[in-house]
Design a protein around this ligand. Structure first.
Ligand code: UD1
Length: 341
């Protein structure tokens, strides 16, 4: 079995990708410092996989500790780098922590990959790199705009680092940059899912916690945007589909296809408004959702969704789940969580 190092492998997208890797016949090896996750995720993974998962409690910015992982795992076929901070609002308050962690971990990782001659990297990027796009849907060629937060800027800078590295004469690292749209939902077993700490900032955990009675009501962030119903439009992709995109990307690298650095949008190609998501949630779960319209949220992009032509044609990647299925899985997961989170 080919070994794939998964940094941030107990996080939301990372944990689902660990499952997808194993199902595709790879051996995922997790590196995580549990900064925004829990060791309990390993229990969920063990239950789904009916076996243990190799894992290291290591901070990727800790060069000496991370180096020991590379020494111990001598024959890595590739790396998927999820480990990063990801809260937009927090990044405005703690920009240095975001630059230090998100850039620092990538730099240490790349140095180690070069030293240990591990040459295949899949990097977690985000549609946030497009800023407020002039045209919809966005293709990979759509020019990036100034990011609306330090978090978004770290993703742009990490992409730049990888593109610059690809130009170096001595570079052997090949990378695929996956620009995620909005991942939602949970594994159908409901043994892993999104675990927000404190009051959720993202839409779907707030929706499911409201339906569960943990939050009184959802506040929709504005309904006067220039969209058909006035609420923001996003491209919501089931996290299980998103996880599979990583397997396809890893396989492409191992097959030696593609250029030194490649970028792919990973979304469904469909845009849904916040109100449509609320309606779909009610339809998919039979739960009535208490919501009010509030003011717009600072920094929100009015509308963004993916053109997925490139991922479809070059990766052969296609999403399988509907919005309703993804929302039903999120609700099933919520029901396994403590009622007073
Ligand atoms: C943003 C970033 C994404 C990043 C993610 C991490 C963009 C385009 N996307 O996603 O790259 O990875 O944050 O957190 O910048 N909403 C409500 N009420 C709520 C919560 C959310 O109406 O209580 C609305 C938001 O205003 C937005 C939509 O729901 O229109 C989705 O919000 P959210 O889940 O936070 O994701 P993004 O902001 O799209």
């Amino acid at each position: 079995m080919k070994k794939i190092l998964v940094t941030g492998g107990t996080g939301y997208i990372g944990s689902h990708t660990v499952v997808a890797l194993r199902e595709a016949g790879f051996e995922p090896i997790i590196v995580d410092n549990y900064a925004n996750s829990s060791g309990k995720v390993l229990d969920g993974l063990r239950a789904i996989l009916s076996s243990d998962v190799r894992n290291y409690e290591v901070d990727c910015t800790d060069r000496a500790a991370f180096r020991r992982v590379f020494e111990a795992e001598s024959d890595l076929a590739g790396v998927i780098h999820f480990a990063a901070f990801k809260a937009v609002g927090e990044s405005v308050q703690k920009p240095l922590a975001y630059f230090q962690n998100n850039l620092g971990s990538l730099l240490v990782l790349l140095e180690l990959m070069r030293e240990f001659k591990v040459n295949n990297l899949v990097f977690s990027s985000s549609c946030t790199v497009y800023g407020i796009p002039d045209q919809l849907p966005v293709t990979e060629e759509t020019p990036t705009k100034p990011a609306s937060s330090p978090y978004g800027r770290t993703k742009q800078m990490c992409e730049d680092i990888l593109r610059d590295l690809s130009q170096a004469d001595d570079n052997e690292v090949k990378s695929i940059l996956l620009r995620y749209f909005n991942p939602i939902g949970a594994h159908p077993s409901a043994k892993i899912g999104e675990l927000p700490l404190g009051v959720p900032q993202n839409l779907i955990p707030f929706v499911t916690q409201t339906a569960a009675g943990i939050r009184e009501k959802l506040t929709i962030n504005g309904d006067t945007y220039d969209t058909p119903d006035g609420t923001n439009i996003r491209d919501y992709i089931h996290v299980v589909d998103l996880a599979k995109a990583h397997v396809v990307a890893v396989q492409r690298l191992l097959d030696g296809k593609g250029d030194a650095v490649e970028t792919f949008n990973v979304g469904t190609g469909r845009g849904n408004s916040v109100l449509e998501v609320v309606q779909a949630f009610e339809r998919a779960t039979g739960q009535k959702l208490n919501y009010v319209i509030g003011p717009p949220r600072t920094g929100d992009v009015p509308a963004i969704y993916a053109d997925v032509t490139k991922a479809t044609q070059e990766l052969g990647f296609k999403t399988e789940s509907t919005l309703d299925e993804a929302l039903a899985s999120a609700w099933k997961w919520q029901q396994t969580l403590p009622a007073n989170a």
